[in-house]
Design a protein around this ligand. Sequence first.
Ligand SMILES: [Zn+2]
Ligand SMILES: [Zn+2]
Length: 428
Amino acid sequence: MPRPRKQATAADAVFEPRITRGQKRLAKEREDKITNGRNKQSKKSKQLCAEHNDHPEDTVNKTKRSNSKTKVIKKEQKTKVIKKENTTGVTQRTVKKGKENPVKVRKEQSSISSKSEKLVANEGIVKVKKEGAVKGEVTEMAGFLAKGGKFVGAHTSAAGGLWNAVSDAVEIKARAFALFLKSQRQWNAKPLEEDVITKFQSALKEHGFHPDFILPHGSYLLNCGSPKAETLQKSRDALLDEVQRCQRLGLNRYNFHPGSTCGEISVEKCLDLIGESINGVLEKTSGVTVVVENMSCQGNTVGGKFEELKGIIDRVNDKSRIGVCLDTCHAFAAGFDLSTADGYKKMMDDFEEIVGFEYLKGVHLNDSKGKVGCHLDRHENIGKGFIGLEGFRRVMNDPRFEQVPLILETPPGLTDAEEIDLLYAMID
Ligand SMILES: [Zn+2]
Ligand SMILES: [Zn+2]
């Protein structure tokens, strides 16, 4: 069965995007449709308890990958990549002429695109080694220059098989990626099969992705601080299952949204429950760091304040296996004005003082549709929201964000490939 494909992720689109007016209109229509849908959804969700810690922006990401109509992307006049929606609504890609292997495409591009030479140097291995940017084995991935020690990538689609997330990442020239390990909106999933593990691991090896730069995202159903006994137990079982999947896949970190009080218990009590949940899972697993994400202070979610993240860390017994993922959109919505130098400094100083950069295990790079302090979790494309390009320029030039996965979770206005290119171009 064909797996859903993201929109324009052919490697050529990175360096010389040729987007037709028709494509732009389609993208706009999709975005409008999504925005309208989201507005309706958020009205509805206001009436509900925020128990499930919903994250509407990733619905957008999902839609972005499966909702596209026909697209044609030209690759140097040689390759046509045609995406068509089939009857099940799953997009299908057919490659006419040219080569399908994204790595080969990438190599061709690196030799013909002058812009690409800035980012994908042929002598990448030397430069990467010099910058100490790649940990562990240097493989094909070293052909990518992780410029400035920054590992930028995106949330990729694992539809059809976890290994597909790796090829998606390769196509968009990601140096890091995130993925769901199972359906993010269902409690139950079939067990992870050995041959899936083998395929996933060999794809990682083939393309040179080190586990340090892969940040799996947990299910949205989890509320490991739920006041409801049944939900709490289900969340703990699901958390254990997902961390065990990471362990079996050879991954070393797992990111999830901490939880919600549902307005029924105190934040402190909620943090106690989250801490107990994490401790229970850490005792039964090994080698995987549990990474809690800062939230936007929307509804009853916890983790919007750095003090709350610190509160979770304090409650976890094994400090070597707890970490934090910093989401720029969430931080902005929670009140840090990343659009200004002062606001950026304030966030970074507070993070260092309250949490500590030694706990930073990942970053979500998202601009914000909402204004500073709005408490709304609404992601926007890089530079198109209220954080703006300057905010991300600060991130891309800050050594404190080296050697961690920097993951885009943005809507379809720009492709992930375009945004990755844009971000790398910001490095001085
Ligand atoms: Zn996020
Ligand atoms: Zn979000």
